[in-house]
Design a protein around this ligand. Structure first.
Ligand SMILES: Nc1ncnc2c1ncn2[C@@H]1O[C@H](COP(=O)(O)OP(=O)(O)OP(=O)(O)O)[C@@H](O)[C@H]1O
Length: 248
């Protein structure tokens, strides 16, 4: 496979929901993303992998308006949302699950979920009830403080909270971070379920094999630039990607 050439870009663009196009981005004077281009299509799970510091989280932060692209575009359903405020991006239909500190520990599960709906003007009760049906664990622990949840349970809560806005795109930063393998598998299974219910997912994952294992396509980011992109199964089988990025 050659870098950036094997995906049929024309086909892939037809039902693209979210894209970064030639984006440079960073923090203050420090450039992290360098001419970064990638896209997420309807129905997909796309996994971003790459070494520490490659800029994976920076892609999500730029897509979510926490960073403004220095150059290039972030498009959502064709509209340029680069630099739009996160609270407006949430209303547009993009949810974000940060890697750490993604729940309010001193609030209950029910309160955390309600916080997920503050940007909605309509009645969120039916949505909350649906989420309790889908995540019985949260229903059971409605009145418990989030700080008393296990790591895996917190990830489920963070995921569910992002779903209160009924996004059509979810950006998820390292859902397996800090979790034991079995627990991580449970979280990945929930991510797949969310996707099956019609939410496209752009996910950053350190555990590249597991992340790609549940994904349709993947990108390998290195030094702020996409080095490889392909179907996830092709990336998993690619010798060069395996040697350089998947631990051989
Ligand atoms: N708030 C910040 N201010 C300045 N530099 C930052 C900030 N956040 C991240 N960086 C730097 O940007 C670069 C890319 O960070 P980023 O978190 O996007 O990488 P990553 O690929 O997600 O890495 P990791 O797998 O370690 O989380 C790193 O060099 C990091 O030190």
């Amino acid at each position: 496979m050659s870098p950036q050439t094997d995906v049929d870009t024309m086909d892939a663009q037809t039902d693209t929901i979210l894209s970064l196009e030639g984006v440079d981005s960073g923090y203050g004077e420090v450039q992290v993303l360098d001419d970064c281009s990638l896209h997420l299509d309807a129905g997909e799970i796309v996994c971003l992998i790459g070494p520490n510091g490659a800029g994976k989280s920076t892609v999500l932060k730029t897509a979510f308006g926490m960073l403004t692209p220095w150059t290039g575009h972030v498009r959502y359903h064709g509209e340029d949302i680069g630099g739009m405020a996160p609270e407006d991006i949430v209303r547009e239909g993009i949810g974000y699950v940060p890697q750490t500190e993604n729940v309010f520990g001193s609030l209950t599960i029910a309160e955390n979920l309600r916080m997920g709906g503050v940007a909605r003007n309509d009645d969120i009760e039916p949505v909350l009830e649906e989420l309790y049906d889908r995540f019985p664990l949260l229903e059971e622990k409605r009145t418990a403080k989030a700080r008393n949840l296990s790591g895996g349970q917190r990830q489920i809560l963070a995921l569910a909270r992002a779903l209160v806005m009924e996004p059509d795109v979810l950006l998820i930063d390292e859902p397996s971070a800090g979790l034991a393998p079995n627990t991580a598998d449970g979280v990945f299974a929930e991510v797949q379920t969310v996707n099956e219910l019609d939410t496209a997912i752009l996910m950053v994952e350190q555990n590249a094999k597991k992340g790609l294992g549940i994904s349709d396509r993947g990108y390998v980011l290195d030094q702020g630039t996409v080095r490889f992109e392909d179907r996830a199964d092709a990336l998993l089988e690619d010798d060069e990607v395996g040697k350089l990025y998947l631990g051989g």
